[in-house]
Design a protein around this ligand. Structure first.
Ligand code: NI
Length: 438
């Protein structure tokens, strides 16, 4: 069944009582028997999120947002303005225009302005609108072909969920993992920035440093359906002697075996994964989260990020974040650039996506030596409190070395923790080599 057919079916079913059963599953007419699963995007009614109090930013009124972003002022024209997002360089304002309210987002650093419909891909837009109409959301107009006005007021919460407020004042939530594949590049940027919960840093900003201004909006929302980090772990590394083992370039054929080894020793690890490999081993990625490991971002296809354009860097990273989140329900909270290679552009893109840059202090060179004894000796001779040890779980020798290395570290009094546990609060765009060397 083609996507177009599915959509047509979904639309028809919206208006034909009793046809809901058509939507639960179907097979490909080509005879492949491909099960497309549930067709409709899950959309849940929720309370309308409150606007952000401009006083949180040190502003007298939300109208100050228009001074901060002249491009935004030009786009909204003359209307009553409310703040719906203010995180890092991104501002979102709701404009109560006569034709109906609209929300616009601005990257105050680049001066770009986006309407909410631009935050979705064309297909994503249709899927969200179909889901909304199916659940009974009311379009602003009677034009049921285009569902005009349905996506004029779209907001994001700190968990990465999308909240659509319709013209009749109802609000609907699309879950973080569901909405991720439906967003355009600008949608990913806005969502990622709001989710990073960083203080607004735009021009003329008078916000006191460190105030998480999205908190005001997200406080009104139901509990998040997914968390930003893995379990993170609760080991107090100011008391315990902590160390972090990290595995790059997977998930691969030996990763499950490694998870068994870790589970048997109650050791936690962090996996810097390639987005292109994640969908093929989604169960393994989900298991990582279930067993308390950190799932982390190592780009989509392992390019040297210094050699590609900024928008390609952004895409390498955001696609991977989405793939990991779709597989595990958890978005990566840290990233490691391939080869550890960065430049100012790469760092800037990573900062905008809210990601700290995790390097290492112990290099086992396991990819080169492919030797259990050499990998083990390099890991153990380099180990120190607060260290980050670099491995690659795509090599069988690395996985075979893991039991001996973990046993030895634990017998030396180390607790093996995730990166988020080891480093705690991290700054996006900052490089961390160990606990003592950010
Ligand atoms: Ni790598």
């Amino acid at each position: 069944m083609t996507t177009g057919t599915r959509r047509a079916l979904a639309r028809a079913a919206t208006f034909v009582a009793g046809s809901v059963i058509l939507l639960t599953a179907c097979s490909s007419p080509s005879g492949t028997g491909e099960d497309v699963g549930p067709v409709m995007l899950p959309v849940t009614p929720i309370a309308v999120p409150a606007a952000i109090d401009p006083a949180v930013l040190g502003w007298e009124s939300a109208g100050a947002a228009l001074e901060v972003s002249p491009a935004l002022a030009e786009s909204v024209g003359d209307c009553g303005v409310e703040l719906v997002a203010a995180a890092r360089q991104v501002l979102g304002v709701r404009c109560a225009a006569e034709a109906g309210p609209v929300v616009l987002y601005s990257d105050t650093a680049s001066g770009q302005v986006w309407s909410t419909s631009e935050l979705f891909t064309e297909e994503g837009r249709r899927e969200v609108m179909d889901g909304l109409v199916f659940e009974g959301a009311t379009p602003a107009s009677e034009d049921r072909t285009n569902y005009l006005g349905l996506l004029d007021d779209v907001r994001f919460d700190s968990a990465g969920n999308v909240v659509v407020v319709t013209a009749d004042g109802a609000a609907w939530q699309v879950g973080s993992a569901d909405v991720a594949p439906l967003l355009s590049d600008s949608g990913r940027l806005v969502r990622g920035t709001v989710r990073s919960a960083g203080a607004f840093s735009g021009p003329l900003a008078a916000a006191p440093a460190g105030v998480p201004v999205v908190a005001a909006a997200s406080a009104q929302l139901p509990p998040p359906v997914s968390k930003r980090t893995g379990s993170g772990g609760t080991v107090d590394c100011t008391v315990e002697k902590c160390i972090a083992i990290t595995y790059d370039d997977g998930p691969g054929p030996y990763t499950e075996k490694l998870l068994d080894i870790l589970a048997a020793r109650d050791a936690k690890a962090t996996f810097y994964m390639l987005g292109s490999l994640v969908a093929g081993r989604a169960d393994t990625v989900k298991r990582m989260v279930e067993e308390g490991h950190d799932v982390a971002n190592h780009t989509w296809s392992h390019p040297d990020l210094r050699t590609i354009a900024a928008d390609a860097v952004a895409r390498q990273v955001s696609r991977t974040t989405d793939a990991v989140e779709a597989a595990s329900g958890v978005a990566p909270s840290t990233m490691r650039p391939p080869y550890g290679a960065t430049n100012a552009t790469v760092v800037d893109v990573l900062a905008r996506q809210g990601l700290p840059i995790i390097m290492w202090s112990v290099d086992t060179e396991d990819w080169k030596n492919r030797s259990v004894s050499e990998t083990t000796s390099r890991a153990l001779s380099g180990a120190h409190e607060g260290a980050i040890i670099l491995f690659h779980d795509i090599h069988p020798s690395t996985v075979d070395a893991a039991p001996g290395i973990i046993d030895a570290l634990q017998s030396q009094g180390y607790t093996l923790v995730t990166i988020s546990n080891l480093l705690g609060e991290m700054e996006p765009g900052v490089k961390y080599f160990s606990t003592t060397n950010p």
